[in-house]
Design a protein. Structure first.
Ligand code: IPE
Ligand code: IPE
Ligand code: MG
Length: 239
């Protein structure tokens, strides 16, 4: 494995599609919920890796708009897990000085999850070392459509000149406004697709796939993704 020297290019923003919890559980003869529970531990390990490798922005795809199609039992388990996770990790967010943000259609989340998120978003707002963004009830097409609606309403009201709208201005209407675009997108669990994640923001992200199921994701895989990233040539359309 190539060595990661301090001078190696590092991603400033890593976004992760945390996939494979259900298959991990099946492999171990467990219920899907046990896979999600084990996945929460992988989130903690990943936060520690970002702290250790000085990666300031981490975005985690935790629940997609399409995941509402799952059984009510699985959805309820995931929402409760989110609340437990936030309660248990509040101290870590403070210790690592991590600011929490959320992207997605939050109105669809159950009230306890919304309240808990709101409380942690507020209490971490002044933290400036790390940035954790949770994508919850998130779908990129929904986000882009919503941004288009805002822009259309402003234009209709005469508050925005359509000719003056450029890419940067449009990005300002996305929920990720103010966050840098991801440099590296990791997908665990073996599938090689984006599943409606950060389609606009990922335009020039490097993408790294691993067969490892999310609950098994740990420092060696994180490190390998960083090593591979360091050896990618990012040309951004140039030569
Ligand atoms: C990812 O794991 C977690 C969520 C989508 C919430 P999955 O639950 O999709 O696991 P697999 O893909 O069925 O193994
Ligand atoms: C993507 O995983 C969404 C999250 C990781 C939250 P899925 O398991 O929902 O994606 P598909 O269905 O395989 O595309
Ligand atoms: Mg999956």
């Amino acid at each position: 494995m190539p060595e990661l020297s301090p001078a190696s290019p590092r991603p400033r923003h890593i976004a992760i599609i945390m996939d494979g919890n259900g298959r991990w559980a099946a492999k171990h003869g467990l219920e899907r919920s046990a896979g999600h529970q084990a996945g929460a531990d992988a989130v903690i390990r990943t936060l520690e890796c970002c702290n250790q490798y000085a990666i300031p922005y981490l975005t985690l795809y935790a629940f997609s708009t399409e995941n509402w199609k799952r059984s009510p039992k699985e959805v309820a388990f995931l929402m409760n897990l989110l609340v437990d996770f936030l309660d248990q990790q509040a101290a870590k967010l403070a210790e690592y000085q991590i600011r929490l943000r959320v992207i997605g259609d939050l109105e669809r989340l159950p009230r306890p999850a919304r309240l808990c998120l709101q409380q942690q978003i507020t209490s971490t707002a002044a933290n400036a070392k790390g940035n954790l963004t949770l994508a919850l009830s998130y779908g990129s097409r929904h986000e882009i459509t919503r941004a288009a609606q805002i822009v259309a309403r402003l234009a209709k009201a005469g508050a925005l000149d359509p000719e003056a709208l450029d890419e940067d201005a449009f990005a300002g209407y996305l929920q990720t406004a103010g966050l840098p675009d991801p440099d590296l997108i990791i997908r665990t669990g073996g599938e090689q697709r984006l599943s409606n994640f950060l389609l606009w923001q990922a335009s020039y992200a490097e993408i790294w796939f691993t067969e490892t199921f999310w609950p098994d994701f740990a420092e060696p895989q994180f490190r390998q993704a960083l090593d591979d990233f360091a050896h990618r040539q990012r040309r951004f359309g140039g030569i």
